[in-house]
Design a protein around this ligand. Structure first.
Ligand SMILES: Nc1ncnc2c1ncn2[C@@H]1O[C@H](COP(=O)(O)OP(=O)(O)OP(=O)(O)O)[C@@H](O)[C@H]1O
Ligand SMILES: [Mg+2]
Length: 317
């Protein structure tokens, strides 16, 4: 894979850290986010004014109202928002799974808004997905090796090359090599999510849509899989659209964050800004609703959250 320059070496890894975690030497390296924002490098993903309507019987329901978002090479952009706000709809539109009414989606400068057939199949190499459900996303009748190799085999890769790629991917997601011969049913939720990540990585994509990829996991497993996402990004330079309702997870893994509410992006900015001192009342409520470990602070946040429940009152806080 042609990795973006800032992601290639250990000494440059700092650029892929979420901003609050940057080591002190980070200032001497080019910053992915800054570079992209200055327009010096084309974004991997560029969504502009996207509108998606769903048919509901005789009427239509507008799920996205002119959403714009871009993601640079090696960058992780978080998409947070309450249930039904349109996060998955945006992910599906990028994957070609929901019909776009207007606006555009570009990958690496190519307009893919209405790509279909052969174009979509070519795109599958560049854009992959990891879903929430580690139990439903793998065929129980396929061995792990077959499941991870499938995207390559479908693209015409020979068996031997695919087998070598599977071994490499299993190593990358920290699973033992003998996992290839076993079935998904023999693995835990966290391990299955690692298998799903290996499958998403096997064609060396530029972008992975991660739709609530750790939400179904218990907290300890969640932390380990989040760390894996971070490590993989450092190692490969892949970009993520990281969809989550959990600001704590997004704070750990993302460089920038966009907040969705009612099919619109209501706030976007650097991780630190959005997850610690958001401007929009809805984001403040979301922040106060996410749990913290300290019971005293949690009680204080609970009181603040209750004060903020009415949007009318929140602007004064
Ligand atoms: N296939 C569909 N047909 C009709 N309406 C749909 C369809 N898929 C989603 N919707 C509606 O579009 C809106 C956005 O749904 P979406 O799944 O994108 O939300 P979300 O932010 O991903 O929510 P969650 O956090 O629960 O996953 C919701 O009101 C949902 O009911
Ligand atoms: Mg969703």
């Amino acid at each position: 894979m042609k990795s973006p320059e800032p992601c290639e070496t250990a000494s440059q890894r700092t650029v892929l850290q979420p901003s609050h975690e940057k080591p002190q030497n980070a200032g001497s390296t080019p910053d992915v986010t800054t570079t992209v924002n200055r327009g010096e490098a084309a974004p991997i993903l560029d969504v502009a004014d996207l509108v998606v309507d769903y048919r509901r019987g005789r009427s239509t329901f507008r799920a996205l109202h002119g959403v714009s978002l871009s993601i640079g090479a090696g960058e992780c952009v978080g998409l947070v928002g309450e249930s039904g706000s349109g996060k998955s709809t945006l992910g599906k539109a990028i994957l070609g799974l929901s019909l776009v009414s207007s606006g555009s989606i570009r990958i690496d400068g190519r307009d893919i808004t209405r790509a279909s057939g052969a174009d979509r199949r070519r795109l599958a190499a560049d854009v992959q997905v990891v879903f929430q459900d580690p139990y439903g996303s793998l065929d129980p009748a396929m061995t792990v090796g077959q499941a991870v190799a499938e995207p390559l085999r479908a693209a015409g890769t020979d068996r031997e090359t695919a087998r070598a790629a599977v071994a490499e991917m299993l190593d990358q997601v920290r699973l033992p090599a003998d996992a290839a011969a076993r079935y998904p049913g023999e693995f835990s939720g966290g391990q299955r999510q690692r298998i799903a990540i290996a499958r998403a990585l096997v064609r060396k994509p530029r972008l992975i849509i991660c739709d609530e990829p750790v939400s179904a996991l218990d907290l300890t497993t969640q932390a380990a899989v989040v760390d894996l996402f971070i490590d993989i990004q450092r190692e490969t330079g892949v970009s993520y659209l990281f969809i989550s309702h959990d600001l704590g997870v997004v704070r750990r893994v993302c460089h920038r964050v966009s907040v969705m509410y009612g099919g619109r992006i209501v706030e976007s900015g650097a991780n630190e800004t959005i997850t610690r001192s958001p401007a929009h009342p809805y984001t403040r409520r979301l922040l106060l609703a996410s749990p913290v470990a300290d019971p005293a602070r949690q009680a204080e946040r609970r009181r603040a959250w209750l004060r903020l429940r009415s949007p009318g009152e929140s602007s004064t806080t």
